[in-house]
Design a binder for this molecule. Sequence first.
Ligand code: PEP
Ligand code: MN
Length: 324
Amino acid sequence: MIVVMKPGATAGEIGAVIARVQELGLTPHPIYGEEHTVVAVVGNERKIDKEIFEVMPGVEKTMVVMHPFKLASRTSKPEDTVIALNGVKIGGKRLVIMAGPCSVESRSQVLETAWAVKEAGATILRGGAFKPRSSPYSFQGLGLKGLEYLAEAREATGLYIVTEVMTPEAVPMVAEYADILQIGARNMQNYGLLHAVGRIQRPVLLKRGLMSTIEELLMSAEYILSNGNYRVMLCERGIRTFETYTRNTFDLNAVPVIKQLSHLPVIADPSHATGKSELVIPMARAAIAAGADGLILEVHPAPETALSDGAQSLRPEKFAGEAG
Ligand code: PEP
Ligand code: MN
């Protein structure tokens, strides 16, 4: 259930609703919109009579959120969520470009790529220091050293950093270096990890699982939101289908579907969705046309020597040619 406050409801009136929700043994999540404040009521609210709230001063109405995802739903928050990182706004009017190598491989590789993508117009640098690889024998990432190189690249270029965190235990360490914590596709339903990133105040890029439905993606976002971290963006990165020509099947439908169902920003990842560098630009364009708030793209100075995902990585010149 959500309790919609009247425009201009006072802090005292909102506070009284929050207190009443707590008295009833439920969890209140106030969402401060431009016109209305709403208090989302989470928990087993079925037995609660909505009139309890409707008679309270400052309350306009109550509404039942029909979807299983409550805080992520547009019913709870009709206006788009905008995640601000000082200068950069994700989910606002401008498209946000996140770019960089799949993996951080060396200091020079990450610095060179960072400067190249910055000059081409990217505002966020991507790069994995902890890599979830299908094979235990593949490169697993540089770990802490990789985070240090990313921090150095941020210091030098002013780009913000998005990087993956794979375990709940690593969340505090990765959050020290990252501006955005990435939850990889393979971990979309790692509930311990979702709780852990929900309990800190760092924006999260949540990638859709390889075999997950849109509703499952939104339910995973709900874990993060219900723990108190409201700065979540959702990433469509392709799903597994019978098609083998591309690495994954880019579910472009997911972009407008999620934009309709949820207020959270949507980021498209045509690199992992296609697996082929020559397909990345056309599908990036398609994602923009479908309404994506941003793109995350793999760029590598020498894709043929990349330690991961070389086949889908753009050369900096190609990236600059398109981004510019
Ligand atoms: C990545 O971003 O490099 C990555 C591993 O992506 P995904 O989790 O979508 O496979
Ligand atoms: Mn990758």
